[in-house]
Design a protein around this ligand. Structure first.
Ligand SMILES: [Zn+2]
Length: 677
């Protein structure tokens, strides 16, 4: 469930940069060419640290955002491409990982065959929907779409029970919208209105491409828009979904049936072959009640229009060029401001990675992950854990009782580095080079069945929820674990042969950031075993809230675009993690210097300056206006500029390193700073 990864993941999703020669040692260098020395660091540190980089890396037409993080992800893709192409050229034996990887990619790249078949691959599904003539076969179709992970209404998934974290239970989570958030349907402003028009135009195009006359297609699109607006109105806001207690509503099938009686739950469960799920966590009861109401009150014709639109928009990017272009015109251009689509090989590579992540991952780590990197990371993580513990002890605002529990939780954090110690078994997934879409759906079905197979069983603590070739990291509150995939352990995050100042500023802060998630506004509500439970005294909770409110107010004051401001509430957890990660990693860095001679300046910067520059460089990026608006609505992470200029002015060490004082724009008076961890 990427959904949950999204809320705990550190960075954003893409990143960058390393040479192809594995033997070349990369020394970290803070080059002034990446900086903008015309700006005083105290006026705008982000510009000072990254101005040169931003100038040298203008936005490519196919990107809505491009930063040093994205650049690293691009580089990871180039490596994965070599692996996949080799697999494709190998003529591997049927059933081997190389055959599956190679054929999945080859089928996706065969655009001639895909164009020749038009929308034939989804015709059987569309016909099934067209033939629905009763509520009985309506629910059968809804179930079938679910098993193919086309997710018509809500996610049905498995995860650890939030209050019994050793056991896996089923869950239901709101979905069903074609636009990325409920706000797009409901907000009364010109930007949202234009996007709604563009979305209806997109749906119209999809219906037209799948054989409907123009007027017919337009009417169907309007029906779908009305239907989705009902779902949007009943959906929780992103902020509401950040409250783990509010989205924990454990019921059994009888109770679920009482909660939303018009929906035939047992028939649905039979259809997805989870006849007796046991406990189910209904994340958003209000939403499920609305689904049930729609089930009873909406006509079969309206349901058929909606379900057809789900099939069309969820498969469009795997169909012929016309579908792909229509999909890009809305999601790429209208929503994100991209000028052209990503090259096809990158899109196909993404879906190959999605379908066969740990298969590709095995080949990736064998080639690109040196064991020495794991040893160095293990050491760094333990140093960060020690520093975090010291900082907990130093906190003035926290009682001894809560400190004791915090230490227990910190000591219990499990650490995963590089890649899983056992790989997923793909033997029952059949992939051929015949049809791209068939492969995608086969993989979806395989994933869904795997997810369902976990229900009612103990949680597999060895499982990873991110592939090793992903440039990212995550903390899981219910697992109380931090996870660092192999692909993030590279420059500019991690220099195997680099100086400590830069490594602590970059990967050290990432480690601290992830650990801090166990203690942010959400994570602090989980105990050391990953169970949702209150382990804070009331006074400590109040003091924590008061301190984090300072951070909320600081970020709410950042204007991201004309008259649009950052959302300090939505991004609070990430901002706490950035500030906490900085403070903890700075302390760990200084611990590492104890008893040693002070490090010499390198490239004209002293160690503390290199720490802060190393951190800032990770967030260098260019971004389009539309993407700024989109992310401000959806993304729990702040924009690159605010991940730098937001947390740093809360640290005295930052002011000291660059001689910043009250005369500079970034200065915040001591009593107005946020100090949390
Ligand atoms: Zn994070």
């Amino acid at each position: 469930m990427h959904l949950f990864i999204a809320f705990i993941a550190i960075g954003v999703c893409f990143g960058a940069c390393q040479t192809k020669e594995k033997k070349v040692l990369i020394k970290p260098s803070i080059t002034t060419a990446d900086m903008d020395l015309s700006v005083n660091p105290g006026e705008n540190f982000y510009q000072y640290a990254n101005g040169g980089w931003m100038k040298q890396h203008p936005l490519p037409d196919e990107k809505s955002r491009y930063g040093s993080f994205d650049k690293l992800a691009e580089d990871s893709k180039e490596k994965v491409k070599l692996i996949i192409e080799r697999a494709a050229a190998e003529n591997a034996e049927d059933g081997t990982l190389a055959q599956k990887i190679g054929d999945f990619y080859a089928a996706g790249m065969d655009i001639e065959s895909i164009n020749a078949t038009s929308y034939n691959p989804i015709k059987p599904l569309l016909e099934k929907i067209a033939q629905v003539d009763s509520k009985e076969n309506l629910i059968a179709v809804i179930s079938e779409l679910q098993t193919k992970q086309l997710t018509p209404l809500f996610y049905f998934y498995s995860s650890a029970d939030q209050k019994n974290s050793d056991m896996t239970i089923a869950g239901v989570y709101q979905s069903g919208l074609g636009m990325p958030d409920r706000d797009y349907y409901l907000e009364d402003n010109e930007t949202s209105e234009k996007l709604r028009e563009a979305y209806v135009a997109y749906l119209t195009k999809l219906f037209a491409l799948s054989g409907h006359a123009e007027a017919d297609a337009a009417a169907l699109a309007k029906t779908v828009m009305t239907f989705e607006t009902y779902l949007a109105t009943a959906s929780n806001t992103r902020l509401e979904n950040r409250n783990p207690h509010a989205i924990y509503n454990k019921v059994n099938v009888d109770e679920l049936t009482n909660m939303a009686p018009q929906f035939p739950w047992q028939a649905y469960l039979n259809g997805i072959q989870v006849t007796e799920p046991g406990d189910i966590n209904v994340n958003q009861p209000k939403f499920i009640k609305e689904v049930a109401r729609l089930y009873e009150e909406e006509s079969l014709e309206n349901w058929k229009a909606f379900l057809s639109s789900v099939v069309l928009r969820k498969t469009a990017s795997y169909l012929d060029d016309e579908f792909v272009n229509a999909n890009f015109a809305f999601y790429g251009e209208a929503l994100s401001g991209k000028k052209v689509n990503e090259p096809r090989w990158k899109r196909v590579l993404d879906s190959t990675n999605g379908a066969l992540g740990e298969a590709v991952g095995q080949l990736f780590v064998a080639e690109y992950f040196p064991p020495a990197a794991k040893v160095r990371m293990d050491k760094l993580v333990e140093n960060l854990r020690i520093a975090f513990g010291q900082r907990v002890d130093q906190l003035e605002w926290m009682s001894d009782e809560t400190k004791h529990a915090a230490h227990e939780k910190l000591a219990a954090i499990r650490v995963k580095i590089g890649y899983p110690n056992k790989w997923r078994d793909y033997s029952s997934l059949a992939i051929s080079d015949d049809s791209y879409l068939d492969n995608v759906l086969a993989s979806n079905q395989f994933d869904f069945a795997f997810d369902m197979s976990k229900i009612g069983k103990p949680v597999d603590k060895d499982e990873w929820h991110m592939s090793p070739q992903t440039v990212n990291a995550y903390y899981s509150p219910v697992g109380n674990e931090v996870v660092f995939p192999a692909a993030i352990l590279q420059p500019p995050f991690f220099y195997l042969d680099g100086d400590d100042a830069v490594n602590y500023g970059a990967i050290g802060v990432v480690i601290g950031h992830e650990m801090t998630h166990g203690f942010d506004d959400q994570g602090r509500q989980y105990g050391k075993d990953g169970n949702l439970q209150d382990w804070w005294t009331k006074d400590d909770s109040e003091r924590f809230d008061a301190r984090t409110q300072i951070l909320v107010d600081q970020f709410n004051a950042f204007e991201v675009l004309d008259e649009t401001f950052a959302n300090g509430e939505l991004s609070l957890g990430e901002n706490i993690a950035d500030l906490g990660g900085l403070c903890i990693s700075y302390q760990a860095f200084h611990n590492s210097l104890e008893g040693k001679e002070a490090p010499a300046d390198i490239d004209g910067f002293n160690a503390d300056q290199r720490f802060f520059l190393g951190y800032s460089r990770v967030w260098a990026q260019n971004i389009r206006d539309k993407e700024i608006l989109k992310r401000t609505k959806e993304d729990v992470h702040s924009l690159g500029i605010n991940r730098v200029n937001g947390p740093l002015p809360n640290m005295q060490q930052f002011y000291d390193a660059f001689n910043i004082d009250v005369t500079h724009a970034m200065f915040i008076a001591a009593e107005e700073r946020a100090t949390i961890w």
